[in-house]
Design a protein around this ligand. Structure first.
Ligand code: HAS
Ligand code: CU
Length: 539
């Protein structure tokens, strides 16, 4: 498959991602209006949970998976200057994932899967939903294989040469996602699917939540990887500078792989079926996984400083003003870093075992992940889209100004939405609620934040529409004249690299050992303990 032919594959992935995204943003607008309690006509528990489940699945699974896959193919083809290992396999993965998405969507829209994106049992959906989710994951495994094998094929053709960072990052992400998704795959195949088919009467909730926690943390890095890879390889160059250190970028990405998966118990601190010692172990590991984000924040900021100074910026902060704020991917990068600093700080509070009891299951958590996922991560997806679109379509971006308005409005909308949510969480508002028909004096103190939340939801929906309009209109503009992608060069050219920084094989086995240590006993115990199953429950 030539570069030109591969454009269809990449665009197909990006369009599925962004269409799912805009539909989910509309549902988000309905949800903030419904749960505010200010519009009695909209209130319906049933519709709310149906909507929020669809919203979460579309944003958390469909937007992310298709975007990460499309971005991986883009990086592979543009950085290696060679075809994919097997283009047929890549298309097969796309179709399998798309069929899965459609099946899951049918179940969700039919009201048979109102079980939220975490689908914790004993909430039960129709088998169609579990089947759809499984196919989506299986489709993404084709991508994982494609990333690793394409990198391998290139290495065989270029013995001893460093793999370009953009490809390396995607191969690490492919490995991370494969290991990460095994937890939920085991849960669905051996527990949820047989249970929803009626083959088993009850389900072991403790085991299910443990298996899901295996997936739940590192899935967020699968989402985040495209953002970090773009921060390292696209943003510095677009800003007019160089990457501060290629090696540090590789170390950070490898750390996300090794430290990211075996720490899922920070989602289970308040659950009764795992012992405190194991939770403490996972907490320690969780703090380790903040390190690669600090490395990323430092390296990318240093690269931006370099760019700002090369552009004539002087003094302590003059370089910031000298950055090309008008360039969409640079603007997205700066906004992403700013949102990351607050969202990451919230993550560290969540991760602290004792402080988690203050925020767990409150609206604070919803605030945390909207800020760091829908903020930092998704804003980089937009920046990447604006950057790659002219290369993929051969047409100039319809409007750079609209792109800037869209990025600013998204960042502002996300702050207006999530800061009140953090406050509401601290005031004790639970997450996952549709209405608040209790404790009137307390609920009244929530009102101002509820209004802000609706304002945020409106801004975000308008911004989402601006994104798809701009991208769609960009298919029919003048010739872009955009050539091949050129990724940011490091300040110090990479001549040689230790083997462990040029491949994922070694780190895969380190991760397997760490996983066995941190999940072996906690999962194994369910097969010897006398646990009780739960009967299904649906909304
Ligand atoms: Fe999280 C819950 C802990 C990162 C997403 N998280 C969630 C959930 C989601 C999610 C979806 O420990 C909800 C799951 C559910 O439904 O139940 N999270 C963390 C920690 C990190 C973290 C420690 N999360 C993420 C990312 C996500 C994400 C990334 C999506 C993409 N999270 C938790 C915990 C929970 C949790 C608990 C469970 C809560 C509960 O009780 O249920 C870390 O990876 C964060 C590291 C990042 C930093 C920030 C460093 C960056 C800096 C930027 C510097 C800025 C500069 C500005 C320099 C420490 C410092 C430059 C400016 C210029 C102008 C150039
Ligand atoms: Cu987590």
């Amino acid at each position: 498959m030539s570069r030109v032919e591969s454009r269809g594959l990449i665009l197909a992935h990006f369009w599925v991602a962004f269409l799912a995204f805009v539909a989910a943003a509309l549902l988000g607008l309905y949800q903030v209006s419904e749960r505010s309690g200010l519009f009695p006509a909209l209130e319906s528990n049933h519709l709310y949970f149906q909507s929020v489940s669809t919203h979460g699945v579309l944003m958390g699974f469909v937007l992310t998976t298709f975007f990460a896959m499309g971005f991986g193919y883009y990086c592979a083809i543009e950085s290696l200057k060679r075809p994919l290992w097997s283009p047929g396999l890549a298309w097969t993965g796309f179709w399998v994932a798309l069929v899965g998405t459609v099946l899951a969507a049918v179940a969700l829209l039919g009201g048979q899967a109102s079980i939220l994106y975490t689908f914790y049992p004993p909430l039960q959906a129709s088998p169609l939903f579990y089947l759809g989710a499984t196919l989506l994951v299986v489709g993404s495994w084709f991508w994982c294989l494609e990333m690793v094998m394409t990198m391998r094929a290139w290495k065989q053709e270029h013995p001893g040469e460093p793999v370009p960072l953009a490809m390396f990052g995607n191969a690490v992400n492919g490995t991370l996602w494969f290991v990460t998704s095994l937890g939920v795959a085991l849960e669905v195949l051996f527990q949820l699917l047989p249970w929803s088919l009626g083959l088993k009467e009850t389900v072991d909730v403790g085991l299910a939540r443990t298996l899901f926690s295996w997936t739940l943390h590192a899935i967020v890095y699968f989402w985040l990887f495209p953002a970090y890879i773009a921060l390292y390889t696209l943003v510095p160059r677009a800003a007019g500078g160089r990457l501060f250190s290629d090696e540090v970028a590789r170390i950070a990405l490898i750390m996300l792989l090794v430290f990211g998966v075996p720490i899922g118990f920070h989602h289970l601190y308040m659950d009764p079926f795992q012992a405190a010692g194991w939770k403490f172990l996972h907490m320690t590991g969780t703090f380790m996984v903040a390190v690669p984000s600090f490395l990323t924040a430092f390296t990318v900021t240093a690269s931006l400083e370099l760019a700002g100074r090369l552009r004539g910026g002087k003094g302590l902060f003059g370089w910031i003003a000298a950055l090309p704020w008008t360039n969409p991917i640079v603007l997205a990068g700066i906004l992403a870093l700013l949102l990351l600093s607050v969202g990451g700080f919230g993550g560290l509070i969540n991760a602290s075992y004792s402080m988690n009891s203050l925020v767990h299951n409150t609206q604070w958590v919803t605030g945390h992940f909207h800020l760091i996922f829908a903020g930092t991560t998704v804003i980089m997806y937009f920046g990447i889209a604006y950057h790659v679109w002219p290369r993929l379509t051969g047409r100039a971006l319809f409007s750079e100004k609209l792109a800037r308005i869209q990025l600013w409005s998204w960042a502002i909308g996300m702050v207006v939405l999530t800061f009140p949510w953090h406050a509401l969480g601290l005031q004790g508002q639970p997450r996952r609620i549709s209405t608040t028909p209790y404790d009137t004096p307390l609920v009244e103190t929530w009102q101002i934040n509820e209004v802000l939340m609706i304002v945020g939801g409106i801004i975000l929906f308008v911004s989402a529409v601006l994104l798809v309009v701009n991208l769609a209109a960009s298919h029919a503009t003048r010739d872009s004249g955009a050539g091949a992608e050129s990724f940011a060069a490091p300040v110090q050219p990479l001549l040689r690299l230790p083997t462990v920084l040029n491949g994922v094989g070694f780190w895969f086995w380190v991760l397997v050992i760490y996983m066995v240590v941190s999940y072996g006993y906690p999962i194994g115990q369910f097969f010897v303990l006398d646990t009780h199953g739960a009967f299904p429950w649906s909304i």
